[in-house]
Design a protein around this ligand. Structure first.
Ligand SMILES: Cc1cc2nc3c(=O)[nH]c(=O)nc-3n(C[C@H](O)[C@H](O)[C@H](O)COP(=O)(O)O)c2cc1C
Length: 322
């Protein structure tokens, strides 16, 4: 599959998740074979560029290309400026967030709130495409609400405005994360546009990935929550789609090594104190189904220092491997 000039090795993507898919997460997901890992969204508002949070989100040091940066906002000119700014900082692809239902984004009528204003969607995409000479991609939901599933119209506008790929989460904005994602609308979109379509929503196993590809005819799949605590899911899906067989699950030793690598990346990016705080949720996800995992989770919640946290995780996995 290609996005602009970038030929990707497969069609399994990491879904952008603010607060989760930071550089350490993306690096590990890419190492496990994900073809592309879109960054957490960054606001298009220039006054936020200097905030520590935005600075950390804009740090792509050591990241394998192509680097795809997601921008969020509602003003076409501001989004165009943000796209230019991020390309100057190393973005190879600009992704526009029209899929996030979070209040913080939607209060300024950005994210999935844009889906109710089709003219604005077209204007935003055209403006960003004109501003940069890298590929522009868009992520949407299926519409503002189940009564107004306008994804096909939005997809056509997005394609006509020059976007080179469209990712669709099979829920409407009003659905938030409730119910199950539906794939009929994604199939309809795929049938109506020529640019690559990536299906997203509730894919958590290699078999589900294949089923969604078959149901929708989509060019690829995008995985979010199911990869929390199990980044090797990308390796499993890529292998299954290529060979039709399941890989053996990772050993306790490998799980431990991956988690420690993740923790080291978090301490490095955020500093020891914040890094240890950010790490807690990842540790919880990584051990949630493992024997004694709950005990480790409670223990690390009581440890403030990175060194102690890392040691507790190491000890736990050494005992598990033994
Ligand atoms: C914690 C969290 C943060 C998210 N942040 C973003 C974001 O920044 N941009 C975006 O387009 N979607 C965001 N999403 C939506 C995901 O990219 C994805 O569309 C959604 O989780 C459905 O896919 P999944 O079922 O594989 O998780 C977020 C989802 C979660 C759970």
């Amino acid at each position: 599959m290609k996005i602009g000039a970038y030929a990707l090795p497969n069609a399994v993507f990491v879904a952008p998740m603010a607060g989760i898919t930071d550089r350490p997460f993306r690096r590990i997901a890419r190492r496990f074979g994900a073809a592309l890992a879109v960054s957490e969204m960054v606001s298009s508002r220039p006054e936020l560029r200097e905030s520590r949070k935005t600075r950390l989100r804009l740090d792509h040091a050591g990241e394998a290309g192509p680097v795809s940066v997601q921008i969020a906002g509602s003003d076409p000119q501001m989004l165009a400026d943000a796209a230019r700014f991020n390309v100057d900082l190393g973005a190879d692809i600009i992704d526009i967030n029209m899929g996030c239902p979070a209040k913080k984004v939607c209060n300024v009528a950005a994210g999935s709130a844009l889906l109710q204003n089709e003219a604005l969607v077209a204007s935003i995409v055209a403006s960003v495409v004109a501003a940069v000479d890298v590929p522009v991609t868009v992520k949407i939901r299926t519409g503002p609400s189940p009564e107004r599933r306008n994804a096909v119209r939005i997809a056509r506008l997005v394609e006509s405005a020059g976007a080179q790929m469209l990712a669709i989460h099979g829920r409407t904005r009003a659905c938030m994360f409730e119910g199950r994602a539906e794939y009929d609308t994604i199939a309809e979109v795929k049938a109506r546009i020529a640019i690559p379509v990536i299906a997203n929503g509730d894919i958590s196993t290699p078999e589900e990935a294949r089923r969604v590809l078959e149901l929708t005819g989509a060019d690829g799949v995008m995985i979010g929550r199911a990869a929390q605590g199990r980044p090797w899911l990308f390796r499993e899906i890529v292998h299954y789609l290529a060979c039709g067989e399941r890989l053996a699950p990772p050993s306790a030793r490998e799980r431990g090594a991956v988690l420690v690598e993740h923790l080291d990346g978090l301490y490095d990016l955020y500093g020891d104190e914040q890094g240890a705080r950010v790490a807690r949720k990842h540790i919880g996800w990584a051990v949630r189904e493992l024997p004694g995992g709950e005990g480790l989770r409670s223990a690390v919640n009581a440890i403030g220092a990175a060194r102690g946290q890392r040691a507790a995780v190491n000890d736990y996995f050494e005992r598990l491997a033994a």
